[in-house]
Design a protein around this ligand. Sequence first.
Ligand SMILES: *Cc1c(COP(=O)(O)O)cnc(C)c1O
Length: 465
Amino acid sequence: MSDKTNTQELPYCEPYKIKMTEAIRTSTRAEREQWIKDAQYNLFKLRADQTMIDLLTDSGVGSMSDRQWSALMTGDESYAGAKSYYHLRDAVQNIFGMPWFLPTHQGRAAENVIFSVLLKEGDIVPGNSHFDTTKGHIEYRRAVAIDCTIDAAADTQAELPFKGEMDLGKLEEVLKKYPKEKIPCCVLTVTNNTAGGQPVSMKNIRETTELCHKYGIPVLMDSARFAQNAYFIKMREKGYENKSIKEIVREMYAAADMMTISAKKDGVVNMGGFVAMRSEDLFRRAMQFNIMYEGYITYGGMSGRDMEALAVGLDENTEFDQLDARVRQVAFLGAELDKYGIPYQRPAGGHAIFLDAKKILPNLPKEQFIAQTLGIELYLEAGIRGVEIGSILADRDPVTRENRYPRLELLRLAIPCRTYTDNHMRVIAAACKNVYDRRESITRGYKITFEAPIMRHFTAELEKA
Ligand SMILES: *Cc1c(COP(=O)(O)O)cnc(C)c1O
């Protein structure tokens, strides 16, 4: 938006001002040592006010706009046919071009509804790094998720514009190996959260769909950060420079047969999600599960006011300036880390920085949970809470019950939308540097003393190894 007639370009500033603030609590290292011990060394088990900067997730913790807050007041809480439902339905149709949709309380609930229709025991679901809840829903039904992400995604130092993509060769192998009846869908996640918030190009979206359709397999887009993905397409893919984010989103979804979404991310609401599809028949089959697990089909898991806030959020956050501010802040944190030479998944992702824990703590054995150890150290250092994307998250193999050790051990620092300032980013980077400086002395990790059979990371208890 710079005035090109000016000889001196102005620096960048955010396209919003702040109307409300929330105080942050600071603490001493001694307090944090006690608190993390009391939390059995699981960052999920800390109280939020025991953290100074909370980067556990960007989910449901972004700051809503004044228009969203005012939309809350217009919520229609009627059980059936609320006008808020129709507002959200119009937004879903306009933005994604999906004619049928069912509201749910969040993304995993949308997965539950659609997988209840689609999946049976022994089925195969290929995808580009299935998200943990997605994989959880697949494995819980005794189906198998097969990861077909490009190999380059596992090399944190490789700078690729679209590092979250599907490897079409790997995908075709799966499609050839199993009969069509065993593959109810292929899951394409945009952006690819698990691989570091890395985008998927329009070309890869199109080619994935063409390949799947050739084999008669429908494509489900896991859409939590669809708008960031569209932003990266605009910024990085030839031919899209002059298209609006909304045009790009429509083109992305023209390729999909159905979608699930956690609206808590790019919808910038505290709670909400939905499943949407092109097929009326599929919608009819999904309805009953929505009613059983979520609520009646015109509210699912959402209150009327939340549907209103989401309708506005979807519209606002598919505008370039909002996305630009968000992605720039993540890149800013990346640039600060670069000053100290701290390794992370490159380039910076859309919603988070993923520190490369194996590179930062090379002296720890994988059995002692490297990324978790880094997360605890960063918390002890400055009260900053990240989240482990490593072998605790990877769970055990459902058949052998052995621990799964993924190629990458990452500590994700998720940046909530419009919540922290660049000064907070500077503090985060400086705290990372302090941990990095004393990395040689971090030689002892953790062991698990309690774990749930599935999605253990949320509730696991640990002690020093
Ligand atoms: C967050 C997320 C989900 C699950 O959504 P919830 O709202 O947390 O239930 C699914 N897929 C992806 C890619 C996500 O980021």
